[in-house]
Ligand binder design. Structure first.
Ligand SMILES: Cc1ncc(C[n+]2csc(CCOP(=O)(O)OP(=O)(O)O)c2C)c(N)n1
Ligand code: SF4
Length: 242
């Protein structure tokens, strides 16, 4: 009988702390599968974020560094420049990448660092209790926007992928989602392309992943997946931006 599935070598066989239906767990697996398929596990150095994925290195079985909140791309820049033979990627939430790390994000992209970025957009701060993120949707209720995000006082959702796609040095930007099987397969292809770009020296590549946070959206997992499809994709359309 043909073997159709096996546990990725790059993923430790342990339970995670992620909530049921959280996108981080699926994404951890996809990243591990891509790294196995490209046979780059011995060359990988991941840069973990601050946020719910702060302990990603407890789940991935390859080299990882931690970074202070928002500084992942600065850390990745240093690692890649010092060790160009390694394959370096950051894994960051929207609070990390689009709020506290705005400056690092913009400048690493603008310099065209040959790194891979996995940007997990769940429209909220998960780890610290569901506060508004820059990507929170207009009208979305969070711990800090209890009547819903109001653009008059909180601004509009920040579209990082659209902004970065305008930069000359940025080579690849794609927005994907993990709310159903077909989109999970597309997400895996985008992650693979982003790693292949780095391997081939193409340059800065970012994959934004729309990802459910059932806990702080206050929804069961199935409803949260539907909310990604029905609401998030209206503000953040899926597809290749560059
Ligand atoms: C400089 C700094 N400010 C604030 C914090 C507190 N903090 C830790 S995680 C987090 C939110 C993370 O949200 P996000 O990046 O969206 O990741 P998620 O937990 O949603 O995956 C914040 C504000 C910190 N650790 N460091
Ligand atoms: S709080 Fe949200 S982002 Fe954090 S593990 Fe739970 S579902 Fe995932």
């Amino acid at each position: 009988m043909d073997k159709i599935y096996s546990h990725p070598k790059s993923l430790r066989n342990v339970s995670t702390h992620y909530c049921a239906g959280c996108g981080h767990s699926m994404l951890h697996k996809l990243v591990a599968q891509v790294i196995d398929e490209l046979d780059i596990r011995e060359k990988i150095i991941a840069v973990a974020p601050v946020g719910c994925a702060v302990v990603a290195y407890d789940y991935w079985d390859f080299d990882c560094s931690e970074s202070a909140h928002g500084r992942a791309m600065a850390v990745a820049t240093a690692i890649k420049r010092l060790r160009p033979e390694n394959i370096v990627f950051t894994y960051q939430g929207d609070g990390d990448l689009a709020a506290i790390g705005t400056a690092e994000t913009l400048h690493a992209a603008n310099r065209g660092e040959n790194i891979t970025v996995i940007f997990v957009n769940n429209a909220i701060y998960g780890m610290t209790g569901g506060q508004m993120a820059p990507t929170t949707l207009t009208g979305q209720k969070t711990a800090t926007t209890i009547n819903g995000r109001d653009p008059q006082s909180e601004g509009y959702p920040l579209k990082i992928s659209e902004i970065l796609a305008t930069l000359k040095a940025v080579k690849y930007v794609e927005r994907v989602a993990v709310h159903d099987a077909a989109h999970i397969i597309k997400t895996k292809s985008a992650i693979k392309e982003a790693f292949l770009n780095q391997i081939n020296g193409v340059g800065f590549s970012l994959v934004e992943v729309l990802s459910p946070c059932p806990t702080y959206w206050g929804m069961p997992p199935v409803k949260a997946a539907a909310w990604v499809k029905d609401e998030m994709t209206k503000e953040f359309p899926l597809g290749r931006l560059k």
